[in-house]
Design a protein around this ligand. Structure first.
Ligand code: GTP
Ligand code: MG
Length: 284
């Protein structure tokens, strides 16, 4: 059992989360060491409707084979999408999110396989979506209560914070953590966003998707998380990805000149402020 929920005392909100069909879409490239641990923690959550879909780009370290073994051991709960070569985080997510929605997920969760996104937040993300009716919920480092792992060097903190401020100033989404990669989406939003039209790959995919959703009027919430340092393996962040990130906001904005500014319907909520937003979820 993972997280802060004591055994034997499942609160009503958590019990409600358990009935929801949620697929965690997890792209992997050389995550053989961490995947079994993260997968085990996810499957131990008291969420019977939760599935894991690993999207592996033919990792040389055998991550794909490990994912296949997990799928054999947990039929119906773990699936694997094998792709032939490393093609970037964005393309892996487009393939994985599309498949998960086609297979009937009501919500899909973007989550890294390197341990940066703690499994203990998964019930909170689902609970926040159900309680607010938001189209997407962001696990955010930059709302009150959110933070970066203490191991992060000052220059990395500065770069991450600056990147968010820069993108935020240009695109004005209203989100505090627009580069976040720990995001729960309602399936209707994923369908409406037409992922095959998303142009960015890598890390920029995260920004482009959120921008498109906010622009379409999709309500979003952010909940605070502590972003952990990866425990095993190596980062795949490249100079090319960082360059793409610098020009991305301008590319998105120029592409939008005809369509008007983004509609801003983003709230920041903490665990104590969750409210039931009720009625129909149809976006955009
Ligand atoms: N399928 C697939 N997964 C990828 C690819 N690149 C990265 N990933 C996965 O995407 C997730 C995030 O990648 P990281 O290397 O941790 O990148 P990051 O989190 O942006 O950077 P760090 O902060 O340095 O960890 C991990 O689960 C990676 O294994 C890729 O080309 N294909
Ligand atoms: Mg990482």
């Amino acid at each position: 059992m993972v997280g802060a929920v004591p055994e034997g005392s499942t609160p009503a909100w958590l019990a409600a989360c358990g009935d929801v069909a949620v697929t965690v879409v997890m792209p992997t490239y050389n995550e053989a060491e961490s995947l079994p641990r993260i997968a085990g923690q996810l499957l131990d959550l008291p969420l019977a409707g939760l599935r894991l879909l690993v999207v592996d780009d033919n990792s040389p370290d055998g991550t794909g084979r490990i994912a296949d073994e997990l799928a054999e051991r947990h039929p119906g709960r773990v699936g694997v999408l094998h792709r032939t070569a490393k093609d970037g985080l964005g393309r892996a997510y487009v393939a994985g999110l599309t498949l998960a929605v086609e297979q009937g997920a009501e919500y899909v969760l973007q989550m890294d396989a390197d341990g940066s996104h703690a499994v203990s937040y998964v019930p909170q993300l689902i609970g926040s979506a159900l309680a607010t009716g938001a189209g997407f919920v962001v696990g955010s480092r930059y709302v009150p209560g959110g933070r970066l792992a203490s191991e992060w060097a000052p220059h990395r903190r500065l770069l991450s914070r600056w990147a968010n401020r820069y993108v935020g100033a240009v695109l004005r989404t209203g989100l505090r953590d627009v580069t976040a990669g720990f995001v729960l989406w309602h399936a209707d939003v994923v369908r409406a966003l037409r992922l095959d039209h998303v142009r960015s790959n890598g890390y920029c995919f995260q920004v482009e998707l959120k921008y498109a959703a906010v622009r379409a009027g999709c309500p979003a919430v952010e909940i605070p998380i502590r972003f952990e340092e990866r425990r095993e393996g190596a980062s795949k962040m490249s100079a090319g990805v960082q360059f793409e990130a610098a020009v991305l906001p301008w590319r998105l904005l120029l592409g939008d000149l005809k369509g008007g500014r983004a509609a801003r319907r983003v709230d920041v909520i903490g665990p104590a402020q969750r409210r039931r937003a009720g009625a129909g979820r149809r976006w955009p």
